[in-house]
Design a protein around this ligand. Structure first.
Ligand SMILES: [Zn+2]
Length: 408
């Protein structure tokens, strides 16, 4: 038996007036997903446990059968794992975004752009290496990542420093949060030096000339120490692969003991290499029983508040990921039986431009099932209509593996 989970990150949404009060998922043309849904089971899953932040880290841990309450220690340690960075005893990892800040006056700092205009990796790498050169020593270590997403390791642990994700404060005053960092002399010195280095850096001079947002600040968040997580093989006896462009997902895959498959041209945006991901998934299934494919584009469109991009991302997910993988499975040698999941990890509503904790609709299609099951097309509303709600990732994974005792 083969098990496949296909995730359209942030695909879920709320009814939008411009779409006739449909959601982007309802408005998008998704013939393959709807067919799988009509001929499969449809239910909802609470991927975000109550009292936990609605993040991709927590939601995807749930989709991999982990209980985040037990295993989650923060986003940055997972990203560190995907970058192959060892976290020492007592060390804390921080996500380090390159951001665009505007200082109106000493007491007003505005978060202009959480991604410094989606700065290209070629430029951001130079900036982060510059910070490592000038400021990286015993206390702080900087590691360049992709585009605006980088990592900083702090030797100690500031247990009472509460940070916030910059993408939750787009265009807003973030002075109060910035001042939280400044309470710590080491951090204050480092941050003020970092801003000076960035402001005067030739890369930013050039961006300014080109009218592009400057990366004149770093924003630290998602902190944590190394988690202790049992692998998926230990928990469920399953060996598998992880396919995603996003460090966070690769990091979860590393701690889960999955093979991390890097696909050339996988960007995390609308221009990602969908075909490459679908092919890699089918190749992995030739020698593994489990594959997890994650597509980031719908979430990015949700954060941008861009309705047409979100619909495009969902339609691409349907026609360039779900369709080829389903057809590939059906025509695989020895035509193995399979259980295929199509879902999202959380909602990223266009109206909110950030994640929400709504339970998500999930399709579970079993290749042995000929009789139609839900008979419904895939949507948030239809998921709710079924009245079936799974409350944890563990419950979901046991259902996928039929360890819930329920046969098809
Ligand atoms: Zn997500």
């Amino acid at each position: 038996m083969k098990y496949i989970i296909l995730v359209g990150d942030g695909m879920g949404d709320l009814p939008i007036a411009e779409l006739g009060f449909r959601t982007p998922l309802e408005a998008a043309d998704t013939p393959t997903i709807d067919k799988l849904c009509r001929h499969g089971e449809l239910f909802r899953l609470q991927t975000i446990p109550v009292n936990m932040q609605p993040g991709s880290d927590i939601a995807n841990l749930s989709l991999l059968g982990y209980e985040p309450q037990k295993f989650y220690t923060g986003r940055a340690p997972l990203e560190a794992a995907s970058m192959g960075i060892e976290l020492g005893e007592g060390e804390t990892a921080y996500r380090c975004n390159l951001v665009t800040l505007k200082k109106n006056n000493p007491d007003s700092l505005i978060m202009v752009d959480f991604s410094a205009g989606h700065i290209p990796t070629t430029e951001s790498g130079i900036l982060i290496n510059g910070l490592q050169e000038k400021l990286g020593a015993d206390l702080f270590r900087f590691y360049p990542g992709i585009s605006y997403r980088h990592l900083m390791i702090y030797k100690n642990n500031l247990s009472d420093l509460i940070t916030v994700p910059p993408h939750d404060y787009i265009g807003k005053d973030v002075t109060v949060f910035w001042k939280r960092y400044l309470q710590y002399p080491d951090l204050r010195l480092m941050l003020e030096s970092a801003c000076t280095i960035l402001e005067n850096h030739p890369v930013n001079k050039r961006r300014l000339q080109n009218g592009e947002p400057v990366a004149n600040g770093i924003w630290l968040w998602g902190e944590g120490r190394a988690p202790t997580m049992p692998t998926i093989e230990t928990q469920f006896g399953l060996q598998g692969s992880m396919i995603s462009a996003v460090d966070l997902l690769k990091g979860i895959g590393v701690y889960g003991g999955l093979d991390i498959i890097n696909v050339e041209g996988a960007t995390g945006y609308l221009d990602t290499n969908y075909e490459g991901k679908a092919t890699a998934a089918l190749e992995a299934l030739a020698h593994r029983d489990f594959v997890f494919v994650h597509v980031e584009a719908p979430d990015e469109a949700g954060h941008q508040g861009n309705i047409s991009d979100k619909i495009q991302a969902i339609e691409d997910f349907d026609s360039r990921i779900v369709k080829p993988i389903w057809e590939g499975l059906k025509s695989m040698n020895h035509s193995p039986e399979f259980r295929l999941v199509v879902c999202m990890d959380h909602y990223t509503p266009i109206s909110m431009r950030t994640h929400s904790g709504h339970p998500v609709p999930v399709i579970l299609y079993d290749s042995r099932q000929q009789a139609p099951q839900s008979g419904l097309n895939f949507s948030e509303k239809n998921g709710e209509k079924t009245g079936i709600l799974l409350n944890s990732g563990l419950e979901f994974f046991n259902k996928l593996l039929q360890k819930d005792g329920k046969l098809p």
